[in-house]
Design a protein around this ligand. Structure first.
Ligand code: ADE
Length: 265
């Protein structure tokens, strides 16, 4: 019997996710806020699925349609049933990503959304980044190895040809469940070497890694974290305009993906 950790090469290969050798045909786009989602829904003429594959009573919304050779579903976690605001953050995004992968078996996940950006790392309002790495900045567990689990660093699917062809900026993403930033968060974000900060990415990366579905993260900058404006004010002020940049970037990304295999991205 093979000892633990003594896998044959074949076993090790079998454990790796197999890049599909056929063109990508089924894409799930996960978007946290309605304001971010609707321009993308309209761009691809997606329609709301009245009969979603999700449990009865959850607020999760699926828009779907075909665009070129692609089957596209956009999943929005919907409004909080009690408070009526968008269900932003890591819990909702992980749940909908899990449910969407289980139900729809996508070839690829795209998480599209807005983010705060660090001007010290080259971010400006309206910039769109493709994320190379995702990590958390608010899961502090100061015990050996649990500390690394808390940070939860995962590589995103960077798609080097896509980045080159579309001339998009690439940066690291740090995720936490707050729009603002404590000093401890800031230290962790710096340790994560992040250029952009959001409230969903690393949670979606966790699920995509768990279920072995590649995930691309497209993040458009609404506010400058190391600037002098209050974050919530700057975010709300720029949200509508920046979603236009996000929507255009998602269209470019989808057009690039159409007709290509994972290995060509
Ligand atoms: N989304 C947009 N701006 C953000 C910020 N500063 N922090 C977290 N998520 C964001």
């Amino acid at each position: 019997m093979a000892a633990l950790g003594d896998q044959s090469e074949e076993q090790a290969m079998a454990a790796q996710p197999k890049p599909q050798n056929r063109p990508i045909s089924n894409i799930v786009i996960v978007v946290a806020m309605q304001t971010e989602a609707l321009p993308i829904v309209n761009r691809f003429q997606l329609t709301e699925d009245p009969d979603t594959p999700f449990p009865q009573g959850v607020p999760w919304v699926r828009y779907q349609g075909t665009y070129k050779d692609l089957n596209i579903s956009l999943i929005w976690p919907g409004k909080d049933p009690t408070l009526g605001v968008d269900s932003v953050g890591t819990i909702s995004s992980a749940l909908v990503t899990y449910a969407a992968i289980q139900a729809l078996q996508p070839d690829l996940i795209i998480n599209a959304g807005t983010a705060g950006g660090f001007k010290a790392k080259g971010a400006s309002i309206g910039d769109v980044f493709i994320v190379s790495d995702c990590a958390f900045h608010d899961r502090r567990i100061p015990i050996p190895v649990f500390d690394l689990y808390g940070v939860g660093l995962r590589k995103a699917f960077v798609a080097p040809n896509l980045v080159k062809e579309l001339n998009l900026k690439v940066g690291k993403l740090s995720t936490g469940d707050s729009l603002d930033m404590t000093q401890q968060d800031e230290s962790s974000i710096i340790a994560n070497d992040a250029t952009v900060k959001d409230m969903e990415g690393a949670a979606i990366a966790y699920v995509s890694d768990l279920l072995k579905v590649p995930a691309i993260f497209v993040k458009a900058v609404t506010d400058i974290i190391d600037g002098d404006k209050p974050t919530a004010e700057e975010f709300l002020q720029n949200l509508a305009a920046v979603t236009t940049a996000l929507d255009l970037a998602v269209e470019q990304v989808i057009n690039f993906i159409n007709g290509k295999c994972e290995s060509e991205l």
